[in-house]
Ligand binder design. Sequence first.
Ligand code: NAD
Length: 246
Amino acid sequence: MSQKCAIVTGAARGIGLATTDLFREEGWHVAMVDRDVEELRKVVAERDGVLGVERDVSNPQDVGAMVRETLDWAGRIDALVNNAGVAEFGPVQDCDFTTWRRVMETNLDGVFLCSQACTDALKETRGAIVNIASISGLRASTLRVAYGTSKAAVAHLTKQHAAELGEFGVRANCVAPGPVKTKLSMAVHSQAIIDAYHDAIPLNRYGSERELAEAIVFLASPRSSYVNGQVLAVDGGFESTGVGLP
Ligand code: NAD
């Protein structure tokens, strides 16, 4: 296949689905990875130039199969977008170990496993890794101890990969989204939280999936060929202000 190929994890909905569609608009093929088989089959059936990969990024066997299925289909991997994520919400004292591990397994172990498994293929194309962290990993906020910690670790993992893989022409960067109305965020954002974000964000609104996709595809593509090891907050200015949430 002469067209570029991206792997997007967590592609069945939200930011991952918008990223898939922007890649397709720019002529890429996309291996859409998700463990929600029902939602994935539905969106794959509606699109050309995509492969549905029904896998769990926190499972090493699944991740190996994800790479094999993608290479069998496209023959190459030019970009890996580590987007699959889960969140918890509640006081630190209520975050039991099962919850902590559930969040770490997808948000941190998944990024480590997928990046490691794709590295040889990315070296062949001199490709790119784009990790999706969160403003919750840049600034502490209440009620997200596992989520915020996992995302801070992802930002650091990005720098490790950038430092080690640069000599092979492989770049690694990170996008830290501010709030976006998706299934993940709307499960935990009350009206009070939505109002507080509107007040604290200089642009006074949530971001859209498409606005996140624009930053992700930029960092995945050769348009950002000299950008490496960066954590880009795409958050309407929230992180830069220091204005806290209640
Ligand atoms: P979403 O819930 O709409 O989509 C996440 C997708 O990931 C789902 O389709 C889900 O099935 C999939 N997924 C979860 N765990 C998986 C696993 N182990 N293996 C395979 N697939 C898995 O969420 P979203 O809001 O689009 O989030 C995308 C990314 O953006 C996440 O990493 C999230 O932490 C991050 N983020 C989101 C927001 C926000 O406000 N929505 C803010 C900051 C960061």
